[in-house]
Write a protein that binds this ligand. Structure first.
Ligand SMILES: [Zn+2]
Ligand SMILES: [Zn+2]
Length: 241
């Protein structure tokens, strides 16, 4: 693959590395499960997550104090990231998303429902609409959740966002010189998701593929399509400013 590194992509890649460090540094004491309905970290886990976040993302001491207080007093509900993200200020939403990644992964591990059919095109663990899919052999498509990492199946042709099954609503867009990836767009709800060829997952994780294909997001959004859920660094709307 031959994506030219724009300064923006380089920034995103650096942030992605820091987020990986953060996730490795967090060790949660509590397990979270969608069944229990707890949508934030316990007190002990809040401490550990804030410490790891400050270190990996180089926040000044105390800078995350407000966030820590809000978390401890139960004011934060990670499910809002999935269902009410459009009303949140962008910076706050991005930081909360990064912070929530160990939480959502713990939820996935609690119920592991990989390879199921996704009712209504949504992740069965956290209810989010996918932004990524992989076409496997025999043209089977698998979707990936951008919050918890669950993977599952849905209609082969159709939009997981508005559920149209009309093939005329769906257009596939590829970028010249970018092999193995494309965007599936829906003209009905104006959303898109990115699709990778199965062979690409042999070398790269789905998160890395999402980051490497940021240029495709930029082009799709310039064309007026919207992404359904954040990328691994918490970005939904690409912005080159
Ligand atoms: Zn999920
Ligand atoms: Zn649609």
């Amino acid at each position: 693959m031959s994506i030219k590194l724009s300064p923006y992509l380089k920034e995103v890649e650096e942030l992605y590395e820091k987020i990986n460090d953060f996730e490795l540094a967090v060790s949660l004491q509590n397990k979270y499960s969608p069944v229990e309905g707890m949508h934030h970290y316990t007190k002990e886990d809040t401490r550990s997550v804030i410490d790891a976040l400050s270190k990996s993302l180089e926040f000044n001491p105390g800078e995350l104090g407000e966030l820590e207080d809000a978390m401890r007093s139960g004011k934060i509900d990670f499910m809002h990231l999935v269902h009410e993200n459009e009303t949140m200020p962008e910076e706050e939403r991005q930081l909360l998303y990064i912070m929530s990644r160990p939480f959502f992964k713990s939820m996935k591990n609690a119920v592991n429902v990989d390879d199921m059919f996704w009712q209504d095109g949504r992740c069965p663990v956290c209810g989010s609409t996918p932004s990524l899919s992989v076409i496997e052999k025999e043209s089977q498509r698998k979707y990936f959740c951008s919050f918890c990492g669950s993977q599952g199946h849905f209609m082969r042709i159709g939009c997981p966002c508005c559920l149209t099954e009309n093939p005329q609503d769906i257009t596939i867009i590829t970028l010249e010189g970018e092999e193995g990836m494309r965007a599936d767009t829906c003209g009905k709800c104006m959303s898109y998701f990115k699709t990778f060829e199965g062979s690409m997952t042999a070398e790269h994780s789905i998160d890395s593929l999402d980051i490497m294909s940021v240029p495709l997001d930029i082009v799709m959004q310039e064309k007026g399509f919207k992404r359904n859920s954040p990328n691994p660094v918490g970005i939904i709307k690409m912005n080159q400013d």
